[in-house]
Design a protein around this ligand. Structure first.
Ligand code: KMH
Ligand code: ZN
Length: 276
C-alpha cells in the first residue's frame, strides 16, 4: 500500500452511545456541534462523522434535523460532512436509509453484523446493498465501516458485484476494540490492512483504551485517523477528555511527528472523490 504523504483526520464528536448526563461536555445541540466542528477544523480535522441528538439529548435520525445539521456545518465550516447511517443499535433500517435524503457529502456504511457490547449492530447483506445503491444514485461518497475482519470480505463482495462507489474511490474506516468486534492492537491492524482492497485508503479508530495503540499503529502503517468522543471519553489513564478538539490536536501532533501532517479538507475531497 503506498504511503500517503499526509493524514486524513476525521472527528467523530458525539456518537449514539454516550448519555449527556454522564458526559456533560458531549456536543448534542446544533450550536454545540457546529462550535466543536469549528474548533476541530482549526486544529487539523478535515472530515466530521456526525450523529445527531434530539431536544431530549438522545440519538435521533430525524430527517429535518439532519438536513439542518448538514446545512449548518456546510455554512460554518469547510469540513467534509459525513452522516452516520449506523445510528444507534435500536434504529430501524428504514430510518437509517432515510439519512441519505439529507444529502451529506459522505455517509458511513457498515459492512456486516457485529456484537456490540451487550447489543447487536445489525447490518444485513441486502441492507448494505441498498445503502450502496442509494449512495450511488445521490452521489454520496461512502466510508465503509469495518468492525471485524470478515467485514472486509463483505466489502470485496460488494465491490465485485455492485462496482465502485460514488467518487470512484474506496475509503475504509477500521473501528477497533468494540467488545464483540476485532481487537484494537497493531497486529490486528496489520491483518486488516492486508485485506483492504487494492487502491483503497483506510483510517482507523480505537475505542476506549485502544485509542492510542490504534492511532500509533495506523500512522506507522500508512493509515489515516479518526478520533473523537464517539469512540473515547478518556484522554489518558484517569483523565477525562476535555473536548473533541483536544483529541484532534493530539492526533494532528502525532501525524506531524510521523512526517505525515494533517491534510486540508480540499486535499481530502480530491483524494476521496468528494464533490467540491
Ligand atoms: N452507533 C453504532 C451502533 C456508524 O456510525 O456508521 C454504529 C456506528 C457506526 O456508530
Ligand atoms: Zn458512528
Amino acid at each position: 500500500m503506498p504511503q500517503s504523504t499526509g493524514t486524513i483526520i476525521t472527528v467523530a464528536p458525539t456518537g449514539a452511545e454516550h448519555a449527556k448526563p454522564d458526559v456533560p461536555n458531549l456536543p448534542v445541540t446544533l450550536a454545540e456541534l457546529v462550535s466543536t466542528a469549528q474548533d476541530c477544523e482549526r486544529v487539523g480535522a478535515a472530515m466530521i462523522h456526525v450523529h445527531i441528538r434530539g431536544e431530549d439529548t438522545r440519538p435521533t435520525l430525524d430527517l429535518g434535523r439532519l438536513k439542518d445539521t448538514v446545512a449548518a456545518l456546510r455554512e460554518q465550516t469547510n469540513l467534509i460532512v459525513q452522516l452516520s447511517t449506523g445510528g444507534a443499535v435500536t434504529d430501524p433500517e428504514a430510518d437509517r436509509l432515510r439519512v441519505l435524503d439529507a444529502l451529506p457529502d459522505s455517509a458511513s456504511c457498515t459492512m456486516g453484523t457485529v456484537n456490540f457490547g451487550d447489543d447487536v449492530f445489525l447490518n444485513r447483506w441486502e441492507f448494505i446493498v441498498e445503502l450502496h445503491q442509494r449512495m450511488l444514485e445521490r452521489g454520496i461518497v461512502p466510508e465503509y465501516e469495518i468492525f471485524d475482519l470478515g467485514q472486509l470480505s463483505t466489502l470485496r463482495r460488494l465491490l465485485d458485484k455492485h462496482g465502485l462507489p460514488a467518487g470512484g474511490h474506496v475509503h475504509v474506516d477500521l473501528v477497533m476494540g468494540v467488545p464483540g468486534g476485532m481487537p484494537g492492537d497493531a497486529e490486528t491492524l496489520v491483518a486488516a490492512m492486508r485485506l483492504v482492497p487494492d487502491g483503497a485508503t483506510f483510517s482507523a479508530t480505537g475505542v476506549g483504551r485502544a485509542t492510542l495503540p490504534v492511532m500509533l499503529a495506523s500512522l506507522s502503517a500508512g493509515g489515516h485517523l479518526r478520533v473523537g468522543m464517539e469512540d473515547t471519553i478518556t484522554y489518558a489513564r484517569g483523565e477525562r477528555v476535555k473536548d473533541n478538539a483536544q483529541l484532534v490536536a493530539r492526533a494532528a501532533g502525532l501525524a506531524r511527528i510521523a512526517q505525515r501532517p494533517p491534510l486540508a479538507a480540499g486535499q481530502v475531497r480530491e483524494l476521496l472523490g468528494v464533490k467540491g
